[in-house]
Write a protein that binds this ligand. Structure first.
Ligand code: IDP
Ligand code: MG
Length: 149
């Protein structure tokens, strides 16, 4: 089982898409192990996006992510990292396939609704950046035998 970090960005919250996004994650069989609704500080935003520091879109990105509340989550499942990236779709919604979250709900790369970790190392780093260990809840889903063979 793998864990990944997912965040519904301020535009997702403002456009009242929280329920629809979480529905897609839940119905795919993945499991929520942590979730919080929060305003992101500039400090957290700059740590989260430190790899993009210096790029042309960086300042706008920090402003966007700190502009309103977000929903931060940790999601667990088999190949959860890749699976969620597929559900999310390409970074630029203009390239994101229909059926993906960005493809169905977004128009512009600077307002693309959702973040998801892009690999094992990133997932580890982001989960520990956004959540305390005790905020991650260990539990079993009652339908696990119907989700995994
Ligand atoms: P990802 O979110 O699909 O992993 P990254 O390349 O890691 O994409 O970029 C992080 C975020 O930075 C994107 O989701 C998007 O919000 C923003 N971003 C990336 N490229 C651009 C751009 O060219 N213009 C505006 N925002 C951008
Ligand atoms: Mg990324």
């Amino acid at each position: 089982m793998e864990r990944t970090f997912v965040m519904i960005k301020p535009d997702g919250v403002q456009r009242r898409l929280v329920g629809k996004v979480i529905e897609r994650i839940e119905q795919s069989g993945l499991k929520i192990v942590a979730m919080k609704f929060m305003r992101v500080s500039t400090e957290l935003a700059s740590k989260h996006y430190e790899m993009h520091k210096g790029k042309s879109f960086y300042d706008g990105l920090i402003k966007y992510i700190t502009s309103g509340p977000v929903v931060a989550m940790v999601i667990e499942g088999e190949n959860a990292i890749a699976k969620i990236r597929k559900l999310v779709g390409a970074t630029d919604p203009q390239d994101a396939a229909p059926g993906t979250i960005r493809g169905d709900f977004a128009q512009h790369i600077g307002r693309n609704i959702i973040h998801a970790s892009d690999g094992e190392e990133t997932a580890k780093r982001e989960i520990s950046l956004w959540f305390e260990n005790e905020e991650l809840v260990d539990y079993e889903m009652i339908d696990e035998q119907w989700i995994y063979e």
